[in-house]
Every structure is written in structure tokens, then in C-alpha cells.
Design a protein around this ligand. Sequence first.
Ligand code: PHE
Length: 344
Amino acid sequence: MDKITQVQDEALAAIAAAADPEELQQVRIRYLGKKGMIQALMAEMKSLPKEEKPAFGQKVNVCKQTVTEELEKRQEELNAGALVQKMEKEKIDITLPGDSISIGTMHPLMMIQQEIEDLFIGMGYKVAEGPEVEQDYYNFELANIPKDHPAREMQDTFYIDPNTLLRTHTTAMQMRELEKAKGQTPIKLICPGKVYRRDDDDATHSHQFMQSEGLVVGEHITLADLKGTLEFMANRMFGEGRQIRFRPSFFPFTEPSVEVDVSCPFCNGKGCSVCKGSGWIEILGAGMVHPHVLEMNGFDPEKCSGFAFGIGLERIAMLKYGIDDIRNFYINDQRFLKNFDRFD
Ligand code: PHE
């Protein structure tokens, strides 16, 4: 009987001393488990004289119950303590500033593209789209650049097969749109997109670059319309007071063809390092749509005429943002791109 009291006292002391739920579990196993001390007391009952058995059994039962109850109480205490501890450990200071989420920035070329699109949409132009993997037919043939035409050498091309290539200019999109129009005028389009040429990349050359091409076909469209349109664009993009000038040039799909310069926005035409002292900066190629191009696409060059121009977006972005290496647009260095973050 004393042994029972002793076991019970020990058990209660161990329960009280258990510091965490794991320790308490060990105590539970030690006293209440199948091979535990209380079970061992039960086993001892067999060797007792018959008359002592009931009192002994009853005392062991009381002991078992007491220990079980104390265990449960302590378990609850420890659980509550563990919760408090856990909450303490995982406490969040909601007054601390949060981690800022880094969101993407508009790419400078996209900014220029959108600026051009907005400007021309405002004048009633539609934005056309076309494939970058293009057929020779639209890129060259319909643009008055037949096979073996020397002009094809001007644009060293990435061919996929003899009839498929990466478009070398957005003029390919114009040809698709002209063909689609089936001789119906007016047409007023802006065609932005990536183009590809076999160039060795350096500070001013990239095998991939972006163009935005404009096309207007209708009755009585003249070189003066082209000039007025481009002057308007130059003023909007480079600031009021810009002048433009035409220099004769050659493109197989336009006649006459011109290179277009804008008066230098950095020195106002006086001459500086950007315009190399000339006061003028070349910004694009343009011309009147070649009558043969109109004809090939089902238009009557006696009844309608048109102008076209093609702008290199990198060049415009480099001028506007003072970027001196075209490769910056394509290596995606965050330090460069972050300069264009609208939220910084
Ligand atoms: N396609 C010409 C180029 O890539 C640009 C251009 C477009 C010129 C339209 C005249 C008219 O250089």
C-alpha cells in the first residue's frame, strides 16, 4: 500500500515538473503506459493474499485516476503555455514598413511606340499588326524589291527558308494591309513592330530593332501632306519649334524617296555634339508610295496616291533619353530599365 502512495507521489511530482508537452508525454508513458509503473502495481496484486486484494485494487484505481486527472490538467496548462509562447515567438509588428513589391517598368521602346501610336491615333490612323516571321512576298516582292534586285543587299536578311524570313522592315505589314484593302481608299495606318537584320551588334547596330511605319493612301495625297504630318510628329515628340527638312534618298517602294532630318532639339539648330555640329538630326526615311507598289496591290495610281514613312524607335529613344548604346535596350539590365520607372 505504501508503494502505491509512493508511486502516486512520484507521478504527481513528475507531472508538476514537466516543462513542456513532450516531457509530459514521457511521464504519461512512464506511469500510465502498458509497461508503466501503475500497470506494474496491478500485476503485483496477483501475489497478494485474497483478502488484501480488494483494498489494494481500489487504491491502485484511485491512484490511476488521480494521476490521469493531474496529467490532463497539466496537459491543458502546458498547451495554453505553448500557445502563448508560440504567439510570442511569431509576434508580428504590424507597424513596421512592409517590403516593397517590385513591379515591372515600361520599357523605353514601348514608351516611344505608345507615344507614336497615341499621336497618330489622334489623327485618325489605325494601328496594324503583322507577323515577325514573314513571307518573302510581303517583305520584298510586293514592296517592289523583286528577287535578284540589288536593293535586297541593302538588307541582309535572316532567312528561315527561301520564302520565309524574319521581316527586315515594317513595310511588310504595309504590304499586307494594302493587299487586304483591295484597292479601297482611304488607308491611314501606323504599323509598329520588331524587325531583324543580320548586323554585328555594337553601340549603334542591333540585329533586332523596332520600327514604326506610317502609311496613308487616298485621293490627292502629296509630298506636302507627308511633310506636314512629319513636322507635326517632330514637334510633338521633340518639343515645339522643331523644323524638318527632306533630303533626296532611295527606297524601292517609294518615289520620290527622302531622308528626313529634324532640327536639333538639344542646341536648337546651332550645332552641338549630338547633331555633330550640323544643327540637324536624321530621324527617318519616307517617300510617296511607288506607283508600281500601288498597282501590284490593286490600286489605280492614276486615281490615288500615298505616302509612307518608317521610323527607327531605338534612334528616337536614344535621342530623347540621351542613351548612347543601343544594346542597352536588349540586355534588360535593371539598373538601366529602372530609370524609366514611373513610380520612382
Ligand atoms: N522600310 C524602310 C527601312 O526599313 C523605311 C521606309 C519606310 C522608307 C517607308 C520609306 C517609306 O529603312
